[in-house]
Design a protein around this ligand. Sequence first.
Ligand code: HEM
Length: 197
Amino acid sequence: MRKSRRADDGGDARLDLHLEREHPIMSTGAIHLLRLIHIVGGVFWVGSVLFLSFYLIPTVQALGPAAGPFMDHLTRVRKLPVGLVLATLLTLASGVLLVWLDSAHFQGAWFRSGPGMTFTAGGTLALVSGVIGFLVSSPTARRLGTLAAAARAAGQPTPDQLQEIQRLQTRLATVGILNAVLLVLATAAMATARYVG
Ligand code: HEM
């Protein structure tokens, strides 16, 4: 059982809306583990998207075919896409579970509270970013990897392949920046939700 801090801190009403609620279903240890998974997953996800969008993709675009072996190692050997998908799914799933716990099984009162609305808004932004990642970024990156590998196998890209590679890189860069903005806003909401209202 979670110990309520209400009695200890003089009764700060903001703390009563979430977190300090006792959850009969999960032990305190399990909730701490869930929060740890949620926050570490989110840090990895948001950090990766910021790094990819503002540093890695522009560098790959500037280097052209010379970046091919680096990207091949990063994606095929180090399996960056697998890590990203795992972090995204873990953050989203633990987030939904935390909402379920905090709102006492999706009860309306929590969603109408300042913290509830802010956690929900942040979660929705992260969810939209996750869907864009799965539906646009992942397939684009996969197609890019296949095209680049075919071009490397043939010695150098044909003009058509080069044009297609540049088009896909531009799409990846644009969607990456959109996702970065969504995720920074989601993180800002998560960081402040507890103190809203
Ligand atoms: C960009 C991805 C995300 C990041 C970086 C993130 C980060 C965080 C952080 C740092 C906290 C701790 C806030 C605090 O204790 O004051 C938190 C809590 C929370 N997050 Fe997220 N989050 C993300 C996505 C989501 C999603 C998708 C949902 C729901 C669908 C969600 C729901 C929640 C809830 C309900 C809490 C409160 C947990 C509690 O009561 O301890 N988060 N998140």
